[in-house]
Design a protein around this ligand. Structure first.
Ligand code: NAD
Length: 250
């Protein structure tokens, strides 16, 4: 337990598993009241019960708005502010990926990726920024990816969405700076979560071989960056895209 986020209220999208779940735990350990966001009531409540069992002292809650629906997100975030007094930190982490080659890509899958990976970030950022502006400040941290720098060899929708995450991050950092709202992104390398578990071993092994630090990231490696950027230790950092990828260059 540390007090890096004591007195803060945080919301983490995609907080039910993987990187998001690790961020929720990290924020709770740092003393923040933390609300995890799930895609469905059932998975959100299951994750909430799991955290409560692991950390009985923690102040944790759960919501499950449709992240692409700005009015639903706004109502959910306003609810957090009413219940807990503020909304200080937004970790925009929910995301999906797909590795389909270009000529097999379904148009609806391209839309689905952009809808969650970027449109939901816009909706959540806008709803949170409204509250943060009124209360005099806050922090937004987006989940980008190491593929947001040079793309990837197949599955073009995913890197496209993450390039857009970087664009939104840099643009909002400039627009929201005057309101004392910092906006940054973390760009993880390949990380041990369900997203990677579905990839074939013959795809993963060459990727790991190419990582100078010799291993893939654990969700906690990524969550540590989310903690740093949410805390006052990063008080003058805004508009940054922080790679957390074991020195890999792709
Ligand atoms: P994951 O599949 O384990 O978790 C994804 C999270 O997003 C889950 O909590 C899920 O409930 C949520 N989600 C999925 N669809 C949703 C929807 N329609 N509405 C609301 N929430 C939804 O994956 P992860 O690896 O933990 O991914 C988290 C973030 O990290 C994503 O943005 C991903 O792009 C990014 N990322 C992951 C890696 C990696 O190697 N795992 C690398 C770079 C970036």
């Amino acid at each position: 337990m540390n007090n890096l986020l004591k007195g803060k209220v945080a919301v983490v999208t995609g907080g039910t598993r993987g990187i998001g779940y690790a961020i929720v735990k990290k924020y709770l350990e740092a003393g923040a009241i933390t609300v995890l966001c799930g895609s469905r009531e059932e998975t959100a409540m299951k994750a909430l019960e799991k955290i409560k069992a692991e950390m009985p002292e923690a102040q944790v809650d759960a919501i499950w708005p449709n992240l692409s629906d700005r009015s639903e997100v706004s109502a959910a975030f306003e609810g957090i502010k009413e219940r807990y007094g503020s909304l200080d930190i937004l970790a925009n982490n929910a995301g999906i990926s797909q590795n389909t080659p270009l000529f097999d890509y379904k148009d609806e899958d391209f839309d689905k990726i952009l809808n969650l990976n970027i449109k939901a970030l816009y909706a959540c950022s806008r709803a949170a920024a409204q509250i943060m502006k009124e209360q005099g400040g806050g922090v937004i941290i987006n989940t980008s990816s190491i593929v947001s720098f040079n793309g990837q060899g197949t599955g073009c929708g995913y890197p496209t969405s993450k390039f857009a995450v970087n664009g939104l991050t840099k643009s909002l950092s400039r627009e929201l700076g005057p309101y004392k709202i910092r906006v940054n992104a973390v760009a993880p390398g390949v990380t041990r979560t369900d997203m990677v578990a579905v990839l074939p071993d013959e795809m993963i092994q060459p990727i790991i071989k190419n990582i100078p630090m010799g291993r893939m990231a654990e969700p906690e490696d990524i969550a540590n960056a989310f903690l740093f950027l949410a805390s006052d230790l990063a008080s003058y950092i805004s508009g940054a895209i922080l790679p957390v990828a074991g020195a890999v260059v792709i």
